[in-house]
Design a protein around this ligand. Structure first.
Ligand SMILES: *[C@@H]1O[C@H](CO)[C@@H](O)[C@H](O)[C@H]1NC(C)=O
Ligand SMILES: *[C@@H]1O[C@H](CO)[C@@H](O)[C@H](O)[C@H]1NC(C)=O
Ligand SMILES: *[C@@H]1O[C@H](CO)[C@@H](O)[C@H](O)[C@H]1NC(C)=O
Length: 165
């Protein structure tokens, strides 16, 4: 499934970020923002407050879209039991790729339960990461929906641009 890209990628960056909390007594966003570090480098900041800890039952849906006359479903729409995924990430290769990146910039590098706020800080996308992903150039939307105890609590929409040389 992992293929080498035929084109040279000039850069990959976040272009927009939207966060929605559906159950604010359970979890809310204290921070949800992008910050341009340079023209082609954009850092992502996310701070999710968890008000009913510990949380040990999490489901994550990752729904990927690519823009072509509006955003169309693209390649992945996966739902995982996040706590069991964290115990063995290799079983979901695309999820592992994404987590390997997120972990570097966050405090979620551990297994369940979660008994603290979730913080992602200064996360930037690098072209090296794309070497492993079959993503042609274009505009993408990664929609990440998080449920606890089978009840959807929040959605993060990250818009990403992949540009070739
Ligand atoms: C992706 O999967 C979720 C959960 O099954 C579903 O709600 C959503 O509609 C799906 N998205 C698309 C584009 O089919
Ligand atoms: C995450 O934790 C594992 C196990 O403790 C460690 O091997 C790995 O290097 C950590 N990753 C990051 C990005 O800190
Ligand atoms: C998570 O919670 C839901 C709702 O209470 C339950 O149906 C489900 O079995 C739980 N999942 C796990 C892995 O414990």
């Amino acid at each position: 499934m992992l293929i080498q890209l035929p084109v040279m990628i000039a850069y990959i960056k976040f272009t927009n970020l939207k966060c929605v909390a559906y159950d604010k007594p359970f979890a809310d966003f204290r921070q949800c923002k992008l910050k341009a570090l340079s023209r082609n480098t954009v850092a992502l900041f996310l701070h999710v407050q968890l008000f009913q800890v510990p949380v040990n039952n999490v489901t994550v849906n990752l729904d990927v879209y690519r823009r072509a006359n509006g955003y169309r479903p693209f390649m992945f729409n996966i739902t995982v039991d996040f706590c069991s995924f964290l115990k063995n990430k290799k079983r979901v290769p695309f999820g592992k790729l994404l987590m390997d990146t997120i972990e570097i910039y966050s405090n979620i590098n551990h297994t369940c339960p979660f008994d603290h706020d979730i913080i992602v800080k200064d996360m930037v996308l690098k072209t090296e990461q794309l070497q492993l992903l079959p993503m042609p150039t274009g505009d993408y939307l990664l929609k990440i929906s998080v449920a606890a105890y089978n009840d959807y609590k929040a959605t993060v929409k990250a818009y990403i641009q992949v540009v070739e040389d």
